[in-house]
Design a protein. Structure first.
Length: 286
């Protein structure tokens, strides 16, 4: 008698736009894992009860997306150090004793994409992070472990940027400012950790922050260039990159937490870009 495949999924509200079933389906195929992966649209009011029902029914793991990442951190029985640092969870996994482990793979996903896929150097470089919300919080600690010369968090509300920076002061050279107080000179890397560019908005960042040597990275992504990508290109940056790679890399890290194996990401990223944008994409040479 064939055993039923293990149950996984992604929970959000809304969640119909998620590419996670496509990504994890390819991961399962490539690693010969028997699992199913579904979309779960739970409202904030129903989140806790419905997630508990999923795991009580034999579910093995969930990815968590907006607006539930902080609620997932409160629901988990145990947090990994990186999830505790972020104050947010994007991966839930059931332990052998039934306890729920909460993890956050967003930071490792960004670092894998920047450093391993794109060859971007963070160590001893000036990094500008745009935005002081949950997306920024999830990636600051992994970036600081790479020892940048400076990690400057810029936000429309300066107090929020300063408060976020204060939470990570013990890890390295990090500070927070309002857009008007961004330190002069071009940065080596500019990371957009807001979703504003998806609605056509560009942060009020001084153009001088970007030079012909700057790598600009949008954690958001879309079928066409985001407003941030167009803004960066208009300033003549070295490279302007959407966050498709981060999406795949954080998913691969979640898969490793669940299944004990980290799947190859290059072919999945190539397939995702082609499916999502309609443009042919080749996996990088290995």
């Amino acid at each position: 008698m064939t055993a039923e495949p293990d149950q996984y999924g992604v929970v959000g509200h809304p969640v119909s736009h998620s590419w996670s079933p496509f990504i994890h389906g390819l991961f399962a195929r490539d690693t010969h894992q028997s699992l199913t992966y579904r979309l779960f649209d739970f409202t904030p009011e129903a989140f806790r009860e419905r997630v508990r029902e999923f795991f009580a029914g034999g579910g093995k793991g969930l990815n968590v997306t907006l607006p539930h990442k902080m609620a997932a951190a409160q629901l988990a029985d145990e947090l990994t150090p990186r999830a505790a640092r972020a104050g947010a969870v994007n991966t839930l996994a059931v332990r052998g004793d039934g306890r729920l482990l909460g993890d956050n793979t967003d930071g490792p996903g960004l670092v894998h994409d920047l450093c391993d896929n794109l060859g971007v150097v963070i160590t001893h470089r000036r990094i500008l992070m745009i935005g002081a919300g949950g997306a920024a919080r999830g990636v600051i600690a992994p970036l600081l472990t790479l020892e940048p010369a400076e990690l400057l968090i810029a936000n429309r509300t300066e107090d929020r940027a300063q408060a976020l920076a204060a939470d990570f002061k013990d890890l390295g050279a990090v500070s927070g400012v309002g857009f008007r107080n961004i330190s002069p000179g071009a940065f080596d890397v500019v990371v957009n950790a807001t979703s504003a560019s998806l609605s056509g908005d560009v942060p009020d960042v001084p153009p001088a922050a970007v030079s012909a040597e700057t790598v600009c990275y949008d954690m958001a992504y879309g079928k066409s260039d985001t407003a941030f990508i167009r803004w960066a290109q208009s300033l003549g940056c070295a490279r302007a990159i959407q966050g498709w790679g981060m999406l795949v890399e954080q998913a691969a890290e979640s898969f490793r937490v669940w299944r004990g194996i980290r799947p190859p990401t290059a072919p999945v990223l190539a397939a995702l870009k082609e499916r999502a944008t309609g443009l042919p994409s080749r996996a990088p040479a290995t």
